[in-house]
Design a protein around this ligand. Structure first.
Ligand code: FES
Length: 94
């Protein structure tokens, strides 16, 4: 059985070979690439802070989950993916 998505708890998905970090935010589901652009850590091992940013567990870079922007511009932006949720499931535009 599929485990429910816990709000603000990142989940790693592998879809057609792409590693995607999926997060249930306050108002919507958000999906970004899972590989941290700084040095390759899996962002789904990180945490979501009170600003709604995913914080990389390795060196602490913080990325806006809606825009993908690293908050201090230390790395390139994350790739973001559109997400749609309806009664049939969750759809990610890769
Ligand atoms: S690998 Fe993510 S901050 Fe360094």
């Amino acid at each position: 059985m599929e485990k429910a998505l816990v709000p603000k708890q990142p989940r790693l998905l592998i879809v057609r070979g792409k590693r995607i970090c999926l997060v249930r935010g306050d108002l919507q589901l958000l999906a970004v690439e899972d590989t941290c652009p700084h040095n390759g850590e899996s962002l789904s091992k990180g945490a979501v802070n009170f600003l709604g940013e995913i914080v990389c567990p390795w060196h602490g870079q913080q990325f806006n989950l809606k825009t993908g922007r690293e908050c201090a511009e230390r790395s390139r932006d994350l790739v973001t993916y559109p997400v749609k949720e309806d009664p049939e499931g969750i759809f990610i535009g890769i």
